[in-house]
Write a protein that binds this ligand. Structure first.
Ligand code: HEC
Ligand code: HEC
Length: 485
């Protein structure tokens, strides 16, 4: 039964890929507008593929049907009319968190830009978002969201984004933004969309309520919840070659409760080496000798050479510690614009004087804006309650230590998230690692302002890069066109 289901699912996937290709090439024309054509093609491809799989195997494949709430969330996630009419482009969440809508290929719910495109506004003439768009697979597992930890929950993030710069709104326009969302929900006729009914019908199906009977604030809360709940369904599949390697060899998937990531890394390495000695270590096509060599560099946290120290921050199973570190990326970008050594000289106010979040310190460095830079978590860290604060550390010392620190990104699905780093300045994994290598040397020489202590402990050379890359590739899953629905 299970095998038949899996075979049906696999064949469904194959046919869906083929049909999506034909549709994208325009051989099978469907739909009309730019975005809807692609959404249509995807939906139709899956529909046809499912029908074929059903015909071939006499049962429906094992794809889960989403609930009415999740379907509503997905529709809202793709709603471009929410963006400001004063901007020059219409964005939806899906404009920057793509899956297979782009002819360039699959994405882990991110885009291809170094920095995502925002609608241009006369009063704030910019085309780019502050940062690179990260994957949002597993975002629900992140205690803090955004590279600078701006948001503490998905709901806060959705509200902030619906009324924020990504959707073309300027500070102070929150009321206008929410009025617009409210109006669209109430007045939508469903015409011109890929969906059968209007939002009122969808709301009834999802929540058993007509949004006309709710106040504006309640409608916004429901919209927010639907999008947030949809994102809670966006998870990585733990079926990558790495996950299978861990399972086949009976290794631990994560640190024990309260275990230090470095101790965990050492324990995992110890187990791997012990199995190797007994000639009992199981490798596979997807996880071969090069990946194993890379794994050892990745998990080695001390030693003079080939010690990546990566697992100290990129801790399994998500390959992030959910914490914030200064890797020197902001300094490097700032110095490229303003001259070597300029970041070290930049005046950054003390804890008592700082107004946080700060526009000066949440900005892309450029010649036109001297002194502007992105200090990341420095803008939002709570000096009193943060667990990162050390015993006996003053407010000021702690805040200085948070300069230019950013949330550790997951390393799952790097094949579908380039370019890398919060600046999007690195188009390949190799170039990102070469930069980390360079910055770790600078950190050891004391030349990264407030560089993280663990940065200085990365000891790799060019010779380690190919095997590290081979290992990182084992963290890619097989993303399916059409998503999980
Ligand atoms: C203009 C492009 C753009 C649009 C539109 C956009 N995002 Fe994002 N998203 C980004 C960028 C860039 C970041 C990283 C922001 C940062 O760290 O400062 C991000 C970050 C996120 C994150 C945090 C991931 C993490 O691990 O911290 C989530 C979740 C998210 N977006 C969801 C959404 C939702 C939901 C919407 C629609 C309401 C949306 N985004 C609209 C570009 C966009
Ligand atoms: C001190 C903690 C720390 C250590 C050690 C560390 N990283 Fe990172 N890594 C980060 C942080 C934080 C970022 C994001 C930096 C930024 O954008 O400013 C990052 C970014 C990355 C990225 C880019 C990911 C993306 O989606 O943009 C890759 C790839 C990466 N690290 C791999 C590694 C490897 C491989 C090692 C070991 C050689 C390593 N890191 C060691 C914290 C760490």
């Amino acid at each position: 039964m299970r095998n038949t289901n899996e075979a049906a699912f696999a064949s469904c996937e194959l046919v869906a890929r083929l049909l999506t290709k034909l549709l994208k090439k325009g051989i099978l024309p469907l739909g009309s507008s730019r975005y809807s054509r692609i959404a249509w093609s995807k939906l139709s491809a899956i529909g046809i593929a499912m029908a074929l799989a059903f015909a071939a195997f006499g049962q429906s494949p094992a794809r889960k049907q989403p609930s009415a709430q999740i379907r509503l969330g997905l529709r809202l996630f793709r709603e471009a009319r929410f963006s400001s009419p004063q901007g020059d482009l219409q964005n939806s969440c899906a404009s920057c968190h793509l899956l297979d809508e782009d002819p360039q290929g699959m994405r882990a719910q991110t885009d291809f830009f170094s920095r995502s495109w925002v609608p241009w506004r006369g009063a704030d003439p910019r085309r780019e978002e502050l940062r690179n768009s990260p994957t949002i697979l597993d975002a629900a597992l992140m205690p803090r969201l955004h590279f600078d930890g701006e948001f503490g929950s998905l709901e806060d993030l959705v509200k902030g984004t619906l009324a924020g710069r990504p959707m073309g709104w300027l500070p102070g326009e929150e009321d206008q933004a929410f009025d617009r969302v409210y109006g669209i929900i109430l007045k939508d006729t469903g015409e011109g969309s890929d969906y059968a009914g209007n939002y009122r019908a969808d709301f009834k199906a999802a929540y058993g309520i007509d949004p006309g009977d709710l106040g504006k604030a309640e409608v916004i809360d429901r919209v927010t919840k639907a999008i947030a709940d949809y994102m809670r369904t966006l998870k990585t599949g733990r079926t990558t070659p790495y996950d299978r390697f861990v399972q086949a060899n009976g290794l631990n998937t994560r640190p024990a409760k309260g275990e230090d990531p470095k101790l965990f890394a050492g324990r995992l390495l110890g187990n791997v080496v012990a199995l190797e000695k007994k000639r009992a270590l199981k490798l596979s096509g997807g996880f071969g000798a090069a990946a194993l060599k890379g794994l050892k560099v990745f998990f080695r946290t001390n030693g003079g050479s080939s010690a990546g120290n990566c697992a100290a921050c990129h801790t399994p199973p998500l390959f992030t510690d959910f914490s914030f570190h200064n890797m020197g990326i902001s300094q490097s970008e700032y110095d490229q614009v303003n001259g070597q050594g300029s970041f070290a000289e930049l005046l950054i106010p003390t804890a008592a004087e700082a107004h946080r979040p700060s526009t000066q310190f949440r900005e892309i460095p450029s010649k036109r804006k001297p002194g502007c830079v992105d200090l990341g978590y420095w803008n939002f860290v709570d000096l009193k309650s943060s667990p990162l604060r050390r015993a006996g550390e003053s407010d000021d010392r702690f805040l200085q230590r948070m300069i230019a620190s950013f949330k550790t990104p997951t390393l799952r699905n790097l094949a579908f998230t380039q370019p890398y780093m919060h600046t999007g300045g690195f188009s390949t994994i190799e170039s990102a690692l070469t930069e980390l290598m360079r910055l770790s040397e600078l950190a050891r020489a004391g030349q990264v302002r407030e560089g993280d202590e663990e940065l200085a402990r990365i000891r790799i050379t060019e010779a380690d890069v190919p095997s590290l890359v081979a290992f990182l590739k084992t963290l890619n899953e097989n993303l399916i066109p059409g998503g999980r629905y």
